[in-house]
Design a protein around this ligand. Structure first.
Ligand code: SF4
Length: 416
């Protein structure tokens, strides 16, 4: 029998989704014959060698900031190999713009969460069956493209958080979905606002395996709002949070647990002294990632953020008091922000530095799927750029704000 090979692009922009999806693939017994490779660069030699052995599926998880690179690669693969490969896409941009992916050379697009749909699609392709009709799969013959909110949500406990067999690991996603509707964010579109928590039992199960098989001695958790773990997303559940931290920190061999630090974040109004004091007893991180986003209550309101600047500053004070270095997320150039408000947000970054906090800076990008997708891109003036550059050089500001400014322009120009 011919072999079947999956070549999944392992570009750094999609490493977390790659780990989760390949975890779902490697634990699906129907796919035990599938050869899976995850190269950082998909080379022609790799594709040629795979085609010589049998059928070849190439997969990408597509973020909106990566489309130019990925579409260029797809055009090249199509020119070289025509239809002798099947190309599959998924991820945030794919869910928002499935037809754009098809027009750019993809054969099939997975809309929404991939853990169930992607292995199913692979199984159909390996068996020569038409995958149109699998819930969440879009192809050229699809008449109505689904939206992620129309699809059945994935049960996180039914899938591993990463691919231990392939040694492709990352943070453990403990919570998926968010009940808030910040207009710059595509999480509500991608998850339909439905909050799900991975159970403590499942987290412990996978961590113990990771310690044993991959020599994990530290772990990170991924959540849109880490302090909401265990609930429906709008409240702190102190008992569940403490049980999670107490249980995972008892795992033998696991020396450090990072919680509430990048790539996770916490909403400011969830930060209280008792909660941070409790966390301090268990976690290894010295930083706490706090989403403030603007120094203007007017701009926060326009973005539907549902917290105030004062709540953000109070959270930063509490974090400092409890011995954390606050890393404060700020977005410059949000829709409706005036020049004065932009300057004030940057002034706040200087004040934060004076207090002992740091800023994680972003430039507003009109992301497909977000409520602000049709708003103009965030733009900095030369003085703002100079000030942010100075803060970066002094290591008081991190983040890809500079490249995001050009990504934002690019996203906006492609809409017209
Ligand atoms: S920015 Fe955070 S709080 Fe707001 S919708 Fe997105 S995930 Fe939820």
């Amino acid at each position: 029998m011919d072999s079947h090979t999956l070549i999944f692009s392992a570009h750094s922009s999609s490493r977390y989704s790659l780990a989760a999806l390949l975890g779902a693939v490697e634990t699906d017994h129907r796919l035990s014959e599938l050869i899976t490779e995850a190269p950082v660069r998909i080379t022609t030699n790799k594709i040629r060698a795979s085609i010589a052995k049998g059928s070849t599926i190439i997969a990408y998880s597509v973020m909106s900031t990566q489309t130019n690179r990925i579409y260029r690669e797809i055009r090249y693969v199509r020119e070289k190999f025509g239809n002798s490969v099947t190309i599959v896409g998924g991820g945030a941009h794919a869910s928002a713009r499935p037809l754009e992916l098809l027009e750019s050379g993809f054969d099939y697009v997975v809309v929404g969460e991939g853990e169930k749909t992607f292995p199913e699609l692979l199984w159909y392709l390996m068996n020569g069956m038409d995958p149109i009709g699998i819930s969440g799969v879009v192809g050229k013959e699809t008449e109505d493209c689904p939206k992620p909110r129309d699809l059945e949500p994935v049960d996180l406990d039914a899938y591993p958080p990463f691919a231990l067999g392939l040694n492709i690991v990352g943070p453990i996603e403990v919570t998926r979905g968010c009940p808030y509707s910040c207009k710059f964010c595509c999480t509500p579109f991608l998850t339909g606002g439905r909050v799900r928590n991975r159970s403590i039992e499942a987290i412990v199960h996978w961590l113990e395996k990771a310690v044993e098989k991959s020599g994990f001695n530290r772990t990170w958790f991924l959540s849109p709002n880490a302090l909401s773990y265990g609930g429906r997303g709008r409240t702190v559940e102190p008992d569940k949070l403490e049980r999670l931290l107490r249980t995972v920190t008892k795992i033998e061999g696991l020396e450090e647990v990072f919680f509430g630090s990048f790539p996770s974040e916490v909403r400011p109004e969830f930060v209280t002294k008792p909660i941070l004091e409790m966390m301090r007893e268990y976690i290894a991180n010295k930083t706490l990632q706090i989403g403030l986003q603007s120094s203007s209550n007017r701009v926060l309101k326009l973005a539907n953020r549902h917290h105030t600047v004062e709540e953000g500053l109070a959270a930063i004070d509490i974090a400092l008091e409890c011995g954390f270095i606050p890393h404060v997320d700020m977005i410059f150039g949000l829709p409706g922000e005036t020049k004065t408000e932009l300057r004030e947000s940057i002034d706040l970054c200087y004040s934060l530095a004076g207090m002992g906090a740091k800023t994680h800076g972003h430039v507003f990008m009109p992301l497909p799927g977000s409520a602000f997708e049709n708003e103009p891109p965030g733009r900095l003036d030369s003085e703002s750029r100079r000030n942010l550059g100075e803060l970066s050089r002094k290591k008081l500001l991190t983040g890809s704000w500079s490249t995001q400014e050009s990504f934002a322009e690019d996203l906006s120009s492609r809409k017209s």
